[in-house]
Write a new protein. Structure first.
Length: 266
């Protein structure tokens, strides 16, 4: 297994009280995802496995990594004159993460997909909206939202992927999920969840900063829920041939999730 170059240099967790609040919120996101979204619980049940969903999920993971590969250098550049140490740390982290799409490509090859088929697939509308949000916030306030997305993905992947992969391996075999397993192992080895958290916490100084963090996190989660709704509809429900239905699915799901989360926090 290749050793990550994004070494974690932090000896302790920054802003632990705020992290407790964020951890609680992320656990709520996970519970709500399984409780409120059609097909979500099926990802944990062997008799509801969908190979089409498995393939499309992995393809979208590759697409997101590729799109983020263009954003991470912008984050590092932003900090070049503001916090050179953070510039170096995020640059190393982004460079390492940006290569991980090929891990997932290896798994897809083993279930019959070629690179030509993989790279011919366009992003979901939810992924396009998510990346648009990164560029918009980068232009209007800085890279915080794009950085939080890195933390969110590291955290959620560590919480959900092991169970999902256990189910997937019953159908496609452990040999065919080695890429996803290697990705998780690398993240765990470098303790990416806490490492990315600490990098972001270098930029959080006030209660207002914390509230902005939470606001971004809620929106990012809503868009990832929308991604699942869209992919599930296109694969399991078979609405992929109806572009108008998919065009409505992502923003509608994001709005519902966003409003429900905000209401529950009042």
């Amino acid at each position: 297994m290749p050793r990550s170059k994004s070494y974690n240099t932090y000896a302790s967790l920054k802003r632990p009280e705020f992290r407790k609040r964020v951890d609680d919120l992320l656990l709520k996101f996970e519970r709500d995802f399984y409780a409120q979204n059609q097909g979500a619980e099926g990802m944990l049940k062997q008799d509801q496995f969908s190979l089409d969903l498995y393939k499309r999920h992995n393809v979208e993971t590759m697409i997101r990594i590729g799109l983020k590969r263009a954003i991470d250098p912008l984050i590092a550049n932003y900090w070049a004159t503001r916090d050179p140490q953070l510039c170096k740390e995020w640059g190393l982290y982004g460079a390492e993460e940006g290569r991980h799409d090929r891990m997932f490509a290896g798994d897809l090859h083993k279930v019959g997909m070629t690179d030509e088929e993989i790279y011919a697939i366009r992003p979901t509308f939810a992924t396009e909206i998510l990346n648009g949000y990164f560029y918009y916030t980068m232009a209007t306030e800085g890279p915080l939202a794009a950085m939080i997305s890195g933390f969110y993905l590291e955290y959620i992947a560590g919480k959900t992927q092991p169970d999902w992969l256990d189910v997937m391996e019953q159908h496609v075999g452990a040999e065919n999920t080695k890429g996803a397993r290697a990705h998780l192992a690398l993240d765990e080895e470098d303790d990416h969840v806490d490492m990315v958290w600490n990098m972001i916490m270098r930029t959080i100084e006030t209660e207002q900063d914390e509230e902005r963090f939470v606001a971004h996190l809620i929106k990012i989660n809503a868009l990832f829920v929308s991604y699942f709704v869209e992919v599930y509809a296109a694969t399991v429900l078979g609405t992929g041939a109806d572009p108008s239905a998919l065009a409505q699915a992502a923003p509608t799901a994001a709005l519902k999730t966003n409003l429900a989360t905000q209401a529950s926090l009042v």
